[in-house]
Design a protein around this ligand. Structure first.
Ligand code: MG
Length: 338
């Protein structure tokens, strides 16, 4: 197997603000695995909150590159285990390699990933479109700029209720909220009660990631379903979230790829929890991988390519929230000029 990689710094269409800060660009690593002339692509964006910059992914990859090139690739799950043991502290890099492994495998088998997994795509959820924190009139303008059936609104300000009250005046679309760990339990309960009356669908990560006591309090009282994002990073977190959240938001990059994400989905279903897969502002490479999990999900937030002004390839397309799969096998992504 041959491996190549390239880093990018993709510009956002608009500066993107959440409760932790603003960014104008998304650094990301794209890897290519080549096996008997067939090429598979994977991606891991760097998110400063998780402390794994692209430089660290490249440094680790360079150290163990020869071990990956020597690996005799037969199936992606075995490959994930191998990479997981090679890079136990770099789940982001493992994710990029795992997605590339699945893309390669699908192409070797001449099937799209959802076909390999025997999934029915006829009832796929639509993706939301994310509106970052801003002055409320700017948020209204962003919503009008992209008419969409489901919006995810980033909150965690002094004016959260006023923001949703104002947005609601301009749209009848579904609104879901992501507080990115910004609230305290009492504050959250007050806000969530108000949001219930404003027709909000669900709340993502209301409290700090390790505020389990607060979540226990909120879980018993919240009139809206609560989804864990920052509290649900790795596979072992799914069980911890049970009876604290109604659902989990899995992200391929934080959990280290498609392989563990599929196990997390199985585990969450066993616990009767709802499942969402989220975005870390991946380009079409990482986002096209998410699309194949759609039949297994209740909700999806996969709008990375819509928020970014630049892309590294071509994959899924969006039609007013509906995901249109690319023609090719594997994830279906085509990467240009690699
Ligand atoms: Mg989130």
């Amino acid at each position: 197997m041959k491996i190549k990689y390239r880093s990018y710094n993709l510009r956002f269409k608009h500066p993107f603000t959440i409760s932790r800060g603003t960014k104008t660009h998304q650094p990301t690593l794209i890897v290519e695995l080549e096996h008997f002339g067939i090429k598979g692509y994977g991606e891991a964006p760097a998110i400063s909150y998780y402390n794994i910059p692209v430089e660290k992914m490249i440094e680790d990859l360079e150290t163990k590159k020869a071990f990956i090139e020597k690996f005799s690739f037969t199936d992606p799950e075995r490959f994930w285990h191998y990479c997981h043991h090679l890079f136990p502290k770099n789940s982001f890099l493992v994710c990029a390699l795992d997605i590339a492994g699945w893309d390669l495998f699908g192409k070797m088998k001449r099937k799209k990933l959802y076909e390999l997994w025997g999934l029915d795509i006829s009832k796929n959820s639509m993706t939301d479109f994310t509106i970052g924190i801003d002055a409320v009139d700017v948020m209204v303008d962003k919503m009008k700029e992209t008419p969409w059936p489901i919006y995810k609104i980033k909150l965690g300000t002094e004016h959260d209720i006023e923001i949703i009250t104002e947005l609601r005046k301009h749209t009848s679309s579904v609104i879901r909220i992501d507080a990115n760990a910004a609230w305290k339990a009492d504050e959250a309960l007050g806000k969530i009660n108000a949001f219930k009356h404003l027709g909000v669908e669900l709340i993502e990560q209301p409290l700090a990631k390790d505020d389990w006591e607060g979540m226990k309090f909120l879980f018993k009282r919240s009139p809206l379903p609560l989804f864990a994002d920052e509290s649900c990073v790795a596979e072992t977190d799914v069980q911890k979230c049970h009876n604290h959240f109604h659902g989990i938001n899995i992200k391929l990059t934080k959990c280290s790829g498609i392989t563990p994400a599929r196990r997390m989905i199985t585990k969450a279903r066993e616990l009767d929890m709802k499942i969402m897969v989220g975005s870390m502002n991946e380009s079409s490479v990482g986002t096209s991988a998410v699309a194949h999990l759609l039949p297994l999900l209740d909700h999806v937030d996969m709008d990375g390519p819509l928020l970014l002004a630049e892309d590294v390839g071509e994959g899924i397309k969006f039609n007013n929230g509906k995901i249109i799969y690319a023609e090719g096998n594997g994830t279906g992504v085509i990467v240009n000029d690699f």
